[in-house]
Design a binder for this molecule. Structure first.
Ligand code: AVJ
Length: 350
Protein backbone atom coordinates (compact mmCIF):
# COMPACT_ATOMS: atom_id res chain seq x y z
CA UNK A 1 0.00 0.00 0.00
CA UNK A 2 2.99 2.27 0.34
CA UNK A 3 4.47 2.20 -3.10
CA UNK A 4 3.49 2.98 -6.62
CA UNK A 5 4.50 0.66 -9.35
CA UNK A 6 3.06 -1.03 -12.36
CA UNK A 7 2.95 -4.62 -11.24
CA UNK A 8 3.35 -6.27 -14.63
CA UNK A 9 6.52 -4.39 -15.38
CA UNK A 10 8.99 -6.15 -13.15
CA UNK A 11 12.04 -3.96 -13.42
CA UNK A 12 14.57 -4.12 -10.60
CA UNK A 13 13.04 -0.93 -9.19
CA UNK A 14 9.48 -2.20 -9.20
CA UNK A 15 10.55 -5.57 -7.81
CA UNK A 16 11.91 -3.66 -4.87
CA UNK A 17 8.70 -1.65 -4.36
CA UNK A 18 6.76 -4.87 -4.85
CA UNK A 19 8.60 -6.64 -2.05
CA UNK A 20 8.07 -3.61 0.19
CA UNK A 21 4.38 -3.82 -0.61
CA UNK A 22 4.29 -7.52 0.30
CA UNK A 23 6.16 -6.76 3.52
CA UNK A 24 3.48 -4.16 4.37
CA UNK A 25 0.75 -6.71 3.64
CA UNK A 26 2.48 -9.32 5.79
CA UNK A 27 2.84 -6.88 8.67
CA UNK A 28 -0.81 -5.84 8.56
CA UNK A 29 -2.01 -9.43 8.30
CA UNK A 30 0.12 -10.58 11.24
CA UNK A 31 -1.25 -7.77 13.42
CA UNK A 32 -4.86 -8.26 12.31
CA UNK A 33 -5.03 -12.03 12.64
CA UNK A 34 -3.09 -12.17 15.92
CA UNK A 35 -5.61 -9.94 17.67
CA UNK A 36 -8.27 -11.39 19.95
CA UNK A 37 -10.92 -10.01 17.60
CA UNK A 38 -9.51 -10.80 14.16
CA UNK A 39 -9.57 -8.09 11.53
CA UNK A 40 -7.90 -7.13 8.27
CA UNK A 41 -7.54 -3.53 7.02
CA UNK A 42 -9.87 -2.51 4.20
CA UNK A 43 -7.03 -1.23 2.01
CA UNK A 44 -6.13 -4.88 1.41
CA UNK A 45 -9.21 -5.15 -0.84
CA UNK A 46 -7.69 -3.11 -3.61
CA UNK A 47 -5.24 -5.26 -5.52
CA UNK A 48 -5.86 -5.53 -9.28
CA UNK A 49 -8.62 -8.15 -8.90
CA UNK A 50 -10.22 -6.30 -5.97
CA UNK A 51 -10.23 -2.99 -7.82
CA UNK A 52 -12.03 -4.66 -10.73
CA UNK A 53 -14.55 -6.18 -8.32
CA UNK A 54 -15.13 -2.79 -6.70
CA UNK A 55 -15.82 -1.25 -10.13
CA UNK A 56 -18.37 -4.05 -10.65
CA UNK A 57 -19.96 -3.22 -7.27
CA UNK A 58 -20.46 0.41 -8.33
CA UNK A 59 -22.61 -0.85 -11.22
CA UNK A 60 -24.82 -3.17 -9.13
CA UNK A 61 -28.49 -2.20 -8.86
CA UNK A 62 -28.35 -2.64 -5.07
CA UNK A 63 -25.30 -0.42 -4.68
CA UNK A 64 -27.19 2.89 -4.85
CA UNK A 65 -24.24 4.98 -3.61
CA UNK A 66 -22.42 5.53 -6.91
CA UNK A 67 -25.53 6.12 -9.00
CA UNK A 68 -26.98 8.61 -6.52
CA UNK A 69 -23.76 10.54 -6.09
CA UNK A 70 -23.39 10.63 -9.85
CA UNK A 71 -26.92 12.02 -10.19
CA UNK A 72 -26.21 14.68 -7.54
CA UNK A 73 -23.15 15.81 -9.47
CA UNK A 74 -25.06 15.76 -12.76
CA UNK A 75 -27.82 17.91 -11.31
CA UNK A 76 -25.76 20.37 -9.27
CA UNK A 77 -22.25 20.52 -10.76
CA UNK A 78 -22.81 24.03 -12.13
CA UNK A 79 -24.13 25.29 -8.81
CA UNK A 80 -21.25 23.61 -6.95
CA UNK A 81 -18.63 25.22 -9.15
CA UNK A 82 -20.28 28.65 -8.92
CA UNK A 83 -20.37 28.40 -5.16
CA UNK A 84 -16.77 27.22 -4.89
CA UNK A 85 -15.59 30.08 -7.11
CA UNK A 86 -17.74 32.70 -5.42
CA UNK A 87 -17.29 36.17 -6.84
CA UNK A 88 -13.61 35.65 -7.43
CA UNK A 89 -12.52 34.81 -10.90
CA UNK A 90 -9.52 32.79 -9.86
CA UNK A 91 -8.41 29.71 -11.70
CA UNK A 92 -9.64 26.55 -9.98
CA UNK A 93 -7.56 23.36 -9.77
CA UNK A 94 -9.17 20.08 -8.78
CA UNK A 95 -7.46 17.72 -6.35
CA UNK A 96 -8.99 14.29 -5.82
CA UNK A 97 -8.16 12.02 -2.89
CA UNK A 98 -8.28 8.48 -4.21
CA UNK A 99 -8.40 7.87 -7.92
CA UNK A 100 -10.58 5.38 -9.68
CA UNK A 101 -12.74 5.44 -12.77
CA UNK A 102 -13.22 9.22 -12.23
CA UNK A 103 -16.68 9.03 -13.84
CA UNK A 104 -18.24 11.39 -11.26
CA UNK A 105 -15.22 13.67 -11.34
CA UNK A 106 -15.65 14.11 -15.07
CA UNK A 107 -19.13 15.56 -14.51
CA UNK A 108 -17.67 18.24 -12.25
CA UNK A 109 -14.67 18.93 -14.48
CA UNK A 110 -16.97 19.36 -17.45
CA UNK A 111 -18.97 22.02 -15.59
CA UNK A 112 -15.72 23.70 -14.63
CA UNK A 113 -14.46 23.73 -18.23
CA UNK A 114 -17.43 25.81 -19.33
CA UNK A 115 -16.20 28.52 -16.93
CA UNK A 116 -12.43 28.45 -17.40
CA UNK A 117 -10.20 27.50 -20.29
CA UNK A 118 -7.42 25.85 -18.34
CA UNK A 119 -7.93 23.27 -15.61
CA UNK A 120 -5.40 21.20 -13.70
CA UNK A 121 -6.67 17.90 -12.29
CA UNK A 122 -4.54 16.26 -9.60
CA UNK A 123 -5.62 12.73 -8.66
CA UNK A 124 -3.85 11.43 -5.53
CA UNK A 125 -3.51 7.70 -4.97
CA UNK A 126 -1.05 5.06 -3.79
CA UNK A 127 -1.91 2.85 -6.70
CA UNK A 128 -0.20 3.67 -9.97
CA UNK A 129 -2.85 1.60 -11.76
CA UNK A 130 -5.66 3.71 -10.23
CA UNK A 131 -3.84 6.91 -11.22
CA UNK A 132 -3.44 5.65 -14.76
CA UNK A 133 -7.09 4.74 -15.10
CA UNK A 134 -8.24 8.10 -13.67
CA UNK A 135 -5.87 9.97 -16.00
CA UNK A 136 -6.90 7.94 -19.03
CA UNK A 137 -10.62 8.30 -18.37
CA UNK A 138 -10.43 12.06 -17.81
CA UNK A 139 -8.21 12.59 -20.84
CA UNK A 140 -10.54 10.55 -23.07
CA UNK A 141 -13.52 12.86 -22.51
CA UNK A 142 -11.78 16.11 -21.56
CA UNK A 143 -8.52 16.18 -23.50
CA UNK A 144 -7.71 19.78 -22.54
CA UNK A 145 -7.68 19.08 -18.80
CA UNK A 146 -4.08 18.94 -17.60
CA UNK A 147 -3.74 15.81 -15.51
CA UNK A 148 -0.96 15.84 -12.90
CA UNK A 149 -1.13 12.56 -10.97
CA UNK A 150 0.30 12.53 -7.45
CA UNK A 151 1.49 9.12 -6.35
CA UNK A 152 1.13 9.24 -2.60
CA UNK A 153 -0.58 7.65 0.32
CA UNK A 154 -2.61 10.53 1.69
CA UNK A 155 -1.67 10.05 5.29
CA UNK A 156 -1.15 12.76 7.75
CA UNK A 157 2.61 13.17 7.58
CA UNK A 158 3.09 13.86 3.93
CA UNK A 159 2.77 17.23 2.25
CA UNK A 160 1.15 17.38 -1.15
CA UNK A 161 2.85 19.50 -3.76
CA UNK A 162 -0.11 21.54 -4.98
CA UNK A 163 -0.19 24.36 -7.53
CA UNK A 164 0.28 27.69 -5.70
CA UNK A 165 -1.72 29.89 -8.02
CA UNK A 166 -5.49 30.07 -7.95
CA UNK A 167 -7.94 28.23 -5.80
CA UNK A 168 -7.90 24.53 -5.11
CA UNK A 169 -10.98 22.36 -4.88
CA UNK A 170 -10.40 19.06 -3.10
CA UNK A 171 -12.71 16.14 -3.80
CA UNK A 172 -13.18 13.31 -1.37
CA UNK A 173 -16.17 11.52 -2.78
CA UNK A 174 -17.75 8.05 -2.94
CA UNK A 175 -18.22 7.97 0.86
CA UNK A 176 -14.61 6.86 1.14
CA UNK A 177 -14.45 8.88 4.38
CA UNK A 178 -16.88 6.25 5.75
CA UNK A 179 -14.07 3.70 5.97
CA UNK A 180 -12.51 5.62 8.86
CA UNK A 181 -13.49 5.56 12.51
CA UNK A 182 -14.80 9.02 13.50
CA UNK A 183 -11.54 10.18 15.15
CA UNK A 184 -9.46 9.01 12.20
CA UNK A 185 -11.81 10.69 9.73
CA UNK A 186 -11.31 13.99 11.57
CA UNK A 187 -7.56 13.48 11.60
CA UNK A 188 -7.55 12.88 7.84
CA UNK A 189 -9.68 15.97 7.16
CA UNK A 190 -7.48 18.05 9.49
CA UNK A 191 -4.47 16.97 7.46
CA UNK A 192 -6.29 17.89 4.24
CA UNK A 193 -7.15 21.28 5.75
CA UNK A 194 -3.46 21.81 6.51
CA UNK A 195 -2.65 21.23 2.83
CA UNK A 196 -5.07 23.91 1.63
CA UNK A 197 -5.18 27.67 1.95
CA UNK A 198 -7.94 30.18 2.73
CA UNK A 199 -10.53 30.23 -0.04
CA UNK A 200 -9.83 26.62 -1.06
CA UNK A 201 -12.75 24.22 -0.80
CA UNK A 202 -13.67 20.60 -0.22
CA UNK A 203 -16.50 18.57 -1.73
CA UNK A 204 -17.12 15.59 0.53
CA UNK A 205 -19.44 12.71 -0.45
CA UNK A 206 -21.15 10.80 2.36
CA UNK A 207 -23.62 7.96 2.44
CA UNK A 208 -26.42 8.83 4.86
CA UNK A 209 -28.14 6.84 7.64
CA UNK A 210 -31.25 5.08 6.33
CA UNK A 211 -33.39 1.98 6.89
CA UNK A 212 -31.47 -1.24 7.33
CA UNK A 213 -32.99 -3.00 4.30
CA UNK A 214 -31.37 -0.98 1.49
CA UNK A 215 -28.10 -0.88 3.41
CA UNK A 216 -28.04 -4.65 3.84
CA UNK A 217 -28.90 -5.16 0.16
CA UNK A 218 -26.15 -2.77 -0.96
CA UNK A 219 -23.52 -4.77 0.93
CA UNK A 220 -24.94 -8.20 0.23
CA UNK A 221 -26.04 -8.14 -3.38
CA UNK A 222 -27.95 -10.96 -5.04
CA UNK A 223 -25.28 -11.83 -7.54
CA UNK A 224 -22.55 -12.17 -4.91
CA UNK A 225 -20.16 -9.56 -6.27
CA UNK A 226 -19.68 -8.04 -2.81
CA UNK A 227 -19.09 -11.50 -1.35
CA UNK A 228 -16.42 -12.09 -4.00
CA UNK A 229 -14.92 -8.65 -3.25
CA UNK A 230 -14.76 -9.50 0.46
CA UNK A 231 -13.30 -12.97 -0.13
CA UNK A 232 -10.74 -11.62 -2.56
CA UNK A 233 -8.84 -10.48 0.51
CA UNK A 234 -8.29 -14.16 1.39
CA UNK A 235 -7.44 -15.01 -2.21
CA UNK A 236 -4.91 -12.19 -2.14
CA UNK A 237 -3.27 -13.61 0.99
CA UNK A 238 -3.11 -17.00 -0.71
CA UNK A 239 -1.44 -15.40 -3.75
CA UNK A 240 0.90 -12.99 -2.03
CA UNK A 241 1.70 -14.61 1.30
CA UNK A 242 1.34 -18.29 0.45
CA UNK A 243 -1.66 -18.69 2.74
CA UNK A 244 -3.97 -21.70 2.44
CA UNK A 245 -7.42 -20.19 2.96
CA UNK A 246 -10.19 -22.32 1.44
CA UNK A 247 -12.53 -19.61 0.15
CA UNK A 248 -15.67 -21.70 0.63
CA UNK A 249 -14.80 -22.25 4.30
CA UNK A 250 -15.59 -18.57 4.94
CA UNK A 251 -18.89 -16.80 4.47
CA UNK A 252 -19.42 -13.16 3.55
CA UNK A 253 -21.44 -11.32 6.22
CA UNK A 254 -22.76 -7.77 6.01
CA UNK A 255 -24.08 -6.38 9.31
CA UNK A 256 -25.82 -3.09 10.09
CA UNK A 257 -24.39 -1.85 13.40
CA UNK A 258 -27.04 0.69 14.30
CA UNK A 259 -25.34 1.81 17.54
CA UNK A 260 -22.17 2.74 15.66
CA UNK A 261 -24.02 3.85 12.54
CA UNK A 262 -21.96 1.67 10.26
CA UNK A 263 -22.19 -1.25 7.90
CA UNK A 264 -19.65 -3.90 8.76
CA UNK A 265 -18.22 -6.55 6.50
CA UNK A 266 -16.99 -9.79 7.99
CA UNK A 267 -15.70 -13.15 6.79
CA UNK A 268 -17.11 -15.86 9.03
CA UNK A 269 -15.30 -19.15 9.47
CA UNK A 270 -17.74 -21.97 8.67
CA UNK A 271 -15.82 -24.49 10.70
CA UNK A 272 -13.05 -24.89 13.22
CA UNK A 273 -9.90 -24.67 11.11
CA UNK A 274 -6.20 -23.92 11.10
CA UNK A 275 -4.82 -21.63 8.40
CA UNK A 276 -1.16 -21.57 7.55
CA UNK A 277 0.45 -18.44 6.13
CA UNK A 278 3.75 -19.36 4.52
CA UNK A 279 5.31 -15.89 4.42
CA UNK A 280 4.67 -15.47 8.15
CA UNK A 281 5.77 -19.02 8.89
CA UNK A 282 2.92 -19.52 11.29
CA UNK A 283 -0.62 -20.77 11.66
CA UNK A 284 -3.86 -19.16 12.87
CA UNK A 285 -6.74 -20.93 14.59
CA UNK A 286 -10.34 -20.15 13.66
CA UNK A 287 -13.32 -21.32 15.71
CA UNK A 288 -16.53 -22.17 13.91
CA UNK A 289 -18.49 -18.90 13.62
CA UNK A 290 -15.46 -16.74 14.38
CA UNK A 291 -15.17 -13.81 12.04
CA UNK A 292 -12.54 -11.60 10.47
CA UNK A 293 -13.75 -8.01 10.46
CA UNK A 294 -12.71 -6.60 7.09
CA UNK A 295 -14.45 -3.24 6.72
CA UNK A 296 -16.48 -0.49 8.35
CA UNK A 297 -18.60 1.79 6.19
CA UNK A 298 -19.91 4.60 8.38
CA UNK A 299 -23.22 6.21 7.50
CA UNK A 300 -23.83 9.84 8.41
CA UNK A 301 -26.54 12.17 9.58
CA UNK A 302 -26.37 15.83 8.50
CA UNK A 303 -25.38 16.63 12.10
CA UNK A 304 -22.50 14.10 12.02
CA UNK A 305 -21.20 15.66 8.82
CA UNK A 306 -21.41 19.21 10.18
CA UNK A 307 -19.67 18.16 13.38
CA UNK A 308 -16.90 16.27 11.56
CA UNK A 309 -16.20 19.23 9.25
CA UNK A 310 -16.23 21.73 12.11
CA UNK A 311 -13.80 19.63 14.15
CA UNK A 312 -11.53 19.42 11.11
CA UNK A 313 -11.38 23.19 10.76
CA UNK A 314 -13.63 23.51 7.70
CA UNK A 315 -16.69 25.76 7.44
CA UNK A 316 -19.59 23.89 5.82
CA UNK A 317 -21.36 26.07 3.28
CA UNK A 318 -23.86 23.83 1.52
CA UNK A 319 -25.06 20.24 1.16
CA UNK A 320 -26.76 18.62 -1.81
CA UNK A 321 -28.80 15.43 -1.57
CA UNK A 322 -30.80 13.12 -3.80
CA UNK A 323 -34.59 13.26 -3.45
CA UNK A 324 -34.64 10.65 -0.66
CA UNK A 325 -31.66 12.07 1.29
CA UNK A 326 -29.79 8.80 0.85
CA UNK A 327 -26.53 10.36 -0.26
CA UNK A 328 -25.01 13.77 0.39
CA UNK A 329 -22.32 15.95 -1.16
CA UNK A 330 -21.08 18.72 1.12
CA UNK A 331 -19.18 21.89 0.29
CA UNK A 332 -16.81 23.07 2.99
CA UNK A 333 -14.37 25.97 2.97
CA UNK A 334 -10.97 26.75 4.32
CA UNK A 335 -11.50 30.13 5.95
CA UNK A 336 -8.97 32.71 7.12
CA UNK A 337 -7.39 31.67 10.40
CA UNK A 338 -8.72 34.82 12.10
CA UNK A 339 -12.27 33.69 11.46
CA UNK A 340 -11.57 29.97 11.73
CA UNK A 341 -14.04 28.30 14.07
CA UNK A 342 -12.46 26.91 17.22
CA UNK A 343 -12.63 23.11 16.99
CA UNK A 344 -13.57 22.91 20.69
CA UNK A 345 -16.09 25.74 20.57
CA UNK A 346 -19.13 23.45 20.33
CA UNK A 347 -17.96 21.40 23.28
CA UNK A 348 -17.48 24.50 25.41
CA UNK A 349 -20.88 25.77 24.40
CA UNK A 350 -22.50 22.43 25.16
C1 AVJ B 1 -15.25 2.46 -1.34
C2 AVJ B 1 -15.40 2.46 1.02
C3 AVJ B 1 -16.96 3.71 -0.27
O1 AVJ B 1 -17.99 1.56 1.85
O2 AVJ B 1 -19.42 1.38 0.24
C4 AVJ B 1 -18.43 -1.42 -1.26
C5 AVJ B 1 -16.46 -0.04 -0.27
N1 AVJ B 1 -17.40 -2.24 0.45
N2 AVJ B 1 -19.00 -2.57 -0.94
C6 AVJ B 1 -18.27 1.41 0.66
C7 AVJ B 1 -17.41 -1.20 -0.36
C8 AVJ B 1 -18.39 -3.07 0.07
C9 AVJ B 1 -17.12 1.30 -0.35
N3 AVJ B 1 -16.19 2.46 -0.23
Amino acid sequence: MNSCSVMDNLTAQSMETRSKEIAAVAKAVLAGLSAKKKSLPAWLFYDAAGSRLFEAITRLPEYYLTALEHSIFSQYAGEMIDMVSGLRNEQLSVLELGAGSASKTVVLLRALMTRQARTIYLPVDVSEAALQSASKNVHAVLPTVEVQPICSEFTHEKNLDLPREGRRLALYIGSSIGNFDPEDAIELLQWLYSQLKPGDALLLGTDMVKDAAPLLAAYNDRTGVTAAFNKNILARLNRELGADFALDAFEHRAVWNVAKSRMEMHLESQRQQTIRIGALDRTFEFRRGESIHTENCYKFTPENVADMLLKSGFAREQSWYDADNWFGVHLARVVDSVTMPDADADEEAA
